[in-house]
Design a protein around this ligand. Structure first.
Ligand SMILES: *[C@@H]1O[C@H](CO)[C@@H](O)[C@H](O)[C@H]1NC(C)=O
Ligand SMILES: *[C@@H]1O[C@H](CO)[C@@H](O)[C@H](O)[C@H]1NC(C)=O
Ligand SMILES: *[C@@H]1O[C@H](CO)[C@@H](O)[C@H](O)[C@H]1NC(C)=O
Length: 375
């Protein structure tokens, strides 16, 4: 018990801000009129830029990314080369080899890469990742500790054995995720510091759809996305009867999430013992909301406030139009959504009715909530 307490304490005190850089690369073969390669870059969960080899588009999606392109022609050159030469060539060869290993001739094949790094701005600790999905399933990933490839399914073993022999590529991958990406991430954070390093606390409210529904604690408007939202009873975090939602992106670039508490077996006198706590990674002050019947916004009864549906997000349109409009990409990302969900280790939320306050965005723009202490 003591150890647990110390652990929790340590976790709380050392909670620093982790920044992440993620490149999602989707390559396809055998699909006519579809881009061969699409790369999107995300910094701390926000789309920073993307490129599409077919349309020959390399587009910054944030003002700071535009500024880097303008200020640093060398970087622009590097990005152009990665998008239109290096990555398409690498992925073309990879798909070709995979088809051979797996004895596939024609047909449609999709290879996805998730490459990037995580950087702790307090400790300087870097964590890199480089993993691939093939035809919608996790396939192979790079293990930085052993500098070998890990087959994520039996069919990937041949590929693993072959990739393990390519020492030059392993060396390059190591450098990529431990040096090149962290440098890039720091450069991005530097250029985008006013937006990327901002801290925004959310407004937190309690919502309930019907008198027998769970009470939802809803936090919206926070930034960055490394945050936790929990229910407590007598000051202790509870897990039973609690359902965590995913973190979703708002149209203004901030995030929202909610956590539901099923109170059907709690007597009205005991309600006062519960509270909902929001914590932003690296911030000392939590937002504590006591479970108080009079504070709950409802859509029923006469005393409650009406819950109005929020405007549909307008980020849906640009993202849909630019990145995920292609059916193939949508199909292809399923692999990673599954992966993210698994990682989150939490059940997805059921579909909501029209009183829902959350904005349902593209699944790609939402991310699973991983509490900073468990990473
Ligand atoms: C590959 O395909 C050939 C011809 O269809 C077949 O004879 C062979 O057994 C297959 N090999 C594997 C490993 O599936
Ligand atoms: C951005 O950088 C400037 C100069 O280094 C610093 O003064 C400022 O506090 C930074 N902004 C944020 C939000 O961190
Ligand atoms: C809440 O809990 C009760 C009893 O534990 C259960 O019957 C009910 O289905 C739960 N409601 C929801 C929405 O999960």
């Amino acid at each position: 018990m003591k150890t647990l307490f110390l652990l929790l304490l340590f976790c709380h005190v050392s909670s620093a801000v982790k920044h992440t850089l993620k490149f999602f690369i989707t390559a396809s073969s055998g699909v006519p009129k579809i881009p061969e390669l699409v790369i999107t870059a995300e910094v701390d969960g926000s789309l920073a830029g993307y490129c599409d080899t077919n349309k020959k588009i390399l587009e910054p999606k944030q003002d700071w990314m535009k500024k880097i392109f303008e200020d640093d022609p060398q970087y622009f050159e590097w990005a152009t080369q990665q998008c239109f030469e290096r990555m398409p060539n690498i992925f073309k060869v990879m798909i070709h080899n995979l088809k051979q290993h797996l004895n596939q001739s024609g047909g449609v094949h999709i290879l996805q890469g998730l490459l990037g790094c995580e950087w702790d701005d307090k400790t300087g600790e870097v964590n890199g990742f480089n993993q691939y999905g093939y035809n919608g399933e996790d396939f192979i990933s790079f293990d930085l500790k052993t500098l070998t490839w890990i087959a994520l399914k039996p069919q990937a073993v041949t590929t693993k054995l072959m990739w393990d022999t390519d020492k030059a590529r392993i060396k390059y991958n190591e450098k990529l995720v431990t040096e090149i990406f962290p440098e890039l991430l720091k450069k991005y954070l530097d250029y985008g510091n006013s937006s990327l390093q901002r801290k925004e606390l959310p407004s937190v409210s309690l919502l309930q759809k019907t008198s027998s529904s769970p009470v939802s604690c809803h936090a919206t408007g926070f930034y960055p996305d490394s945050a936790t939202l929990i229910w407590r009873k007598d000051g202790e975090e509870i897990h039973e009867d609690v359902d965590h939602g995913e973190i979703l992106l708002n149209h203004d670039g901030s995030f929202q999430m909610s956590v539901d508490l099923n109170l059907s077996s709690v007597t009205p006198e005991d309600w006062r013992r519960y509270d909902c706590v929001f914590q932003l990674s690296g911030e000392k002050n939590d937002i504590v909301t006591k479970l108080d019947k009079s504070e709950i916004r409802t859509n029923w009864g006469k005393t409650g406030m009406r819950i109005d549906k929020e405007e549909p997000s307008n980020i849906t349109i640009p993202i849909t139009a630019t990145v995920v409009v292609l059916a193939v990409v949508l199909i292809a990302v399923i692999g990673f959504i599954v992966y993210k969900k698994k990682k989150a280790n939490r059940p997805p939320r059921p579909p909501e009715n029209s009183t829902e306050l959350s904005e349902k965005l593209n699944p790609e723009t939402s991310r699973a909530n991983t509490p900073p202490c468990t990473q």
